[in-house]
Design a protein around this ligand. Structure first.
Ligand code: SDX
Length: 431
């Protein structure tokens, strides 16, 4: 079949530029504009990347109009129901679900890479006591690039694999360290007898002076929430990791750049912002006032946890978390959490409002997740840290996919220049 193409007619010259269409296995295909500038002398322009694919990837598929999310071809619903975080992590790194022996080996590797270099404990303590845990995390993860000189030759596939395993394994230990430092308690070492999320809970909530028992409800809830946060195609933080990685920078430094991008309230920082909004609204009677504020263009207030660049339908992750909220809050004895009741009413009212319907603004993954974290005793300023633990798997998977791609080149976008034209220098005494 002849290659499908798109023809652009430059009305300034009448010249026709034929551009090849590259087929997707699912979802929109793309038009390859690689030669567009050379043929027309024009750059394409798409500041928010609303219509721009920055790469090809086999990792995650999203259909925003139909609210579909798949990791490696498996629906998020099936993985949430039947899989676990480490098995999904294996899938993201290898493109296939593991066989039993592969899963056991992978789990053992991750368990045995969970400790940090002892000198990093001092680094935690060098932060001011009221540093935001995300500020500590971005610093500590970046500092991992000061270690492991024996295994960061990113041209070596084995080194890339070790760096990936180390990053995934150490995030819970680093996250717990951020939390412990922020509450002035001693850092807790990993326990190799525990699961990935059980270890995280123990490192966060145990103290040296008494025994700690992992709550299986909390352990399972965290594992499920982490599955839902593992990856999401070319979101802002993943694109940041890819761009940083395209210069062939140290992998740990690239992951730190992803943490920095995730922190923003328009992205992963939204889960923390949702709790602040719910606490500010306070009562169901105040919902109409805040819905009106969210619609008022003169008011910077936004209904955090609502809206999404890609989903113009319900975020499938939000649906799963909302259902889970009921179960977890019930099991943890927070059945009548007023903030959860408030969130349900807020969603109900917003989804009936013309403003939200017209703009296809639905709850996203961040709308309910914070309510579960809160019920697990995790403080609001740690919510995005939790998001970062899970998303590290996606960042590492995309970094590996990009670095190992044939003909990988540095990402270097161009611009529409709107600054002053060339002008002569004027000495200061003549200005
Ligand atoms: C995540 O990209 C990913 O995949 C991200 C993520 C992942 O897993 O990596 O899914 C995780 O980041 C989820 C999103 C978390 N952010 C929030 O919940 C913050 C609140 N939502 C927004 O700020 C906004 O919806 C974004 C940032 C999520 C999307 O922004 P867009 O696509 O640039 O859309 P926009 O800001 O241009 O909004 C379109 C319209 C505007 O109104 P009009 O100018 O057309 O009149 O919708 C309005 C916006 O004002 N709007 C909102 C709103 N979100 C959009 N109005 C009120 N409240 C909101 N939350």
């Amino acid at each position: 079949m002849s290659k499908e193409t798109v023809t652009i007619i430059d009305n300034r010259t009448g010249k026709e530029v034929e551009l090849p269409i590259v087929q997707a296995t699912q979802g929109p295909s793309v038009v390859d504009i690689g030669k567009f500038y050379q043929e027309t002398g024009l750059f394409t322009y798409d500041p928010g990347f609303l219509s721009t694919a920055s790469c090809d990837s086999a990792i995650t598929f999203i259909d925003g109009d139909n609210g579909i999310l798949q990791y490696g071809g498996y629906s998020i619903e099936s993985l949430a129901e039947q899989s676990n975080f480490l098995e999904v992590s294996y899938l993201m790194l290898n493109g296939e679900l593991p066989e039993k022996e592969q899963q056991e080996k992978f789990s053992d590797i991750i368990t045995h890479h969970s400790m940090l270099n002892e000198s990093l404990r001092n680094f935690f303590h060098s932060f001011y006591h009221d540093a935001h845990p995300m500020a500590i995390m971005v610093g500590v993860v970046g500092s991992l690039s000061a270690f492991y000189h024996d295994s960061t030759d990113i041209n070596n596939p084995r080194h890339r694999e070790i760096a990936a395993h180390r990053m995934i394994a150490k995030m819970p230990t680093i996250a717990a360290g951020c939390y412990k430092h922020s509450i002035g308690e001693p850092l807790v070492y990993p326990d190799n007898n525990l699961s990935y999320t059980g270890n995280l809970l123990k490192m966060m909530f145990s103290v040296p002076c008494e025994e700690y028992q992992v709550d299986p409800v909390a352990e399972k809830a965290l594992d499920l929430i982490f599955i839902l946060h593992v990856d999401h195609e070319q979101n802002a933080s993943t694109s940041t990791v890819r761009l940083a990685g395209s210069s062939r920078a140290n992998p740990f430094a690239c992951i730190a750049s992803g943490i920095a991008a995730l922190w923003g309230p328009a992205h992963g920082g939204a889960n923390e912002a949702v709790l602040s909004v719910l606490e500010e609204i306070g009562d169901v009677s105040q919902i109409p006032k805040y819905i009106a504020r969210a619609k008022d263009k003169t008011d910077s207030f936004r209904l955090m946890g609502f809206g999404h660049r890609v989903y113009k339908n319900y975020d499938p992750r939000a649906k799963i978390i909302r259902t889970m909220c009921h179960e977890v809050l019930e099991k943890l004895g927070h059945r009548h959490d007023p903030l959860f009741e408030l969130a349900l009413r807020l969603e109900e009212i917003a989804l009936k409002d013309e403003y939200f319907i017209k703009r296809k603004l639905y709850p996203n993954v961040d709308f309910y997740s914070g309510l579960i974290y809160k019920a697990l005793g995790i403080p609001t300023n740690m919510f995005t840290v939790m998001f970062a633990i899970a998303r590290t798997v996606g960042w590492v998977a995309h970094w590996t996919e990009m670095i190992s791609a044939e003909g990988q080149r540095i990402g270097r976008p161009r611009q529409l220049y709107v600054g002053p034209k060339q002008r002569d220098y004027i000495s200061i005494d003549k200005r």
